[in-house]
Structure formats: structure tokens, C-alpha cells
Design a protein around this ligand. Structure first.
Ligand code: SF4
Length: 168
């Protein structure tokens, strides 16, 4: 019988899907090649799934982690805050059983702790990542840049397997 693998969410661009604002991907070879046999990927791109398309105008966070808007980098009249918040809220509640998540750093949607907020100089979480952490505070979540060594990947997998046995 085939063994059930832990389901792990991942920013779709890290898996090699061409969903970035510039129509390209951000394939994370070491992460994908190390973990593909031991987890079941759940790819997600909040920005394309919210209907922003790919390619699309780049957006950024403006304000601070507690009070922000998501606006166009080149066109500040472009405001996708409500669209991304609504999508992320629904998606996080309907992820089903997942045991970990790997997110693209610095993205205004996916970044976990590295996203610049223009105007305040602060760093924080993107729209989707912030909601994910709020809804599942114990879930093992990492940015791609955190998993840059065999030891870090090993430790992440250990946390995923532990959570998979005892989801919260
Ligand atoms: S929104 Fe997330 S998954 Fe989509 S391209 Fe940006 S970083 Fe990648």
C-alpha cells in the first residue's frame, strides 16, 4: 500500500510555476529536489489565484504590519488590498489538512517575515503568510531562504512529520 505523505503547502513559483509578476518562476532546486519524494506538495500562488494574472504589475506593501495597503510599485493608484485579503482569508480556511508551508521570501503576499513596508521601514509578513500564521500558529512554516542547507531541510522535515502526527 502506498504510504500517505505529509501535505506541505508551497509558493507555486518555488515549484517552478511561471506565476511571478514578471511571468517567470523562482524554482528552488534544492528544496524541491530534496523534499519531493517525502512530502506531497500543495502549490499556491495567492496573487494569480486572486485573479491578478501573470504577468501582472508588481505590488508592494505600504504602511506597517498592523495597518497596510497593497498597491502598485509603479502605479500607486492600483490597490489590490481587498482582493488579496478576501482571497487569503478564504484560502487559509479551506486548505484542508496541511503539515507545513514553504513561502517565497520578500513577496507582499507570501513573505513570512522579510517583506518591506514602504513608508515605515519595517519588515513583516505578506498578506497570505500573515493570515496563515494567525490561523495556524503552530504550523511549521519557513521561507525559502531559511532552507538553504541540508541540515535546515532535515530539521524542517522533522518538524513537518511531528506536526503531521499531531496537527493543531
Ligand atoms: S504570490 Fe507567492 S506564489 Fe505567487 S509569484 Fe508571488 S511569491 Fe510566488
Amino acid at each position: 500500500m502506498k504510504k500517505r505523505l505529509p501535505r506541505v503547502g508551497i509558493s507555486a513559483c518555488l515549484l517552478g510555476e511561471a506565476v511571478r509578476y514578471d511571468g517567470r518562476h523562482k524554482y528552488a532546486a534544492q528544496i524541491v529536489e530534496t523534499l519531493s519524494d517525502v512530502v506531497s506538495w500543495v502549490p499556491l500562488c495567492p496573487e494569480t489565484e486572486a485573479g491578478l494574472g501573470a504577468p501582472r504589475p508588481p505590488v508592494e506593501l505600504i504602511g506597517s504590519p498592523g495597518s497596510f495597503r497593497v498597491v502598485g510599485v509603479e502605479d500607486s493608484g492600483l490597490d489590490v488590498t481587498t482582493r488579496l485579503l478576501d482571497f487569503s482569508r478564504k484560502k487559509v480556511r479551506n486548505l484542508g489538512r496541511i503539515s507545513g508551508f514553504i513561502l517565497q521570501s520578500r513577496s507582499p503576499s507570501c513573505g513570512l517575515k522579510s517583506v518591506p513596508f514602504r513608508g515605515s521601514g519595517l519588515l513583516g509578513a505578506g498578506v497570505f503568510a500573515g493570515m496563515l500564521k494567525h490561523e495556524f500558529p503552530e504550523l511549521p512554516v519557513a521561507e525559502d531562504v531559511d532552507l538553504d542547507s541540508a541540515a535546515a531541510l532535515d530539521e524542517f522535515l522533522r518538524r513537518v512529520r511531528r506536526y503531521d502526527l499531531n496537527p493543531r
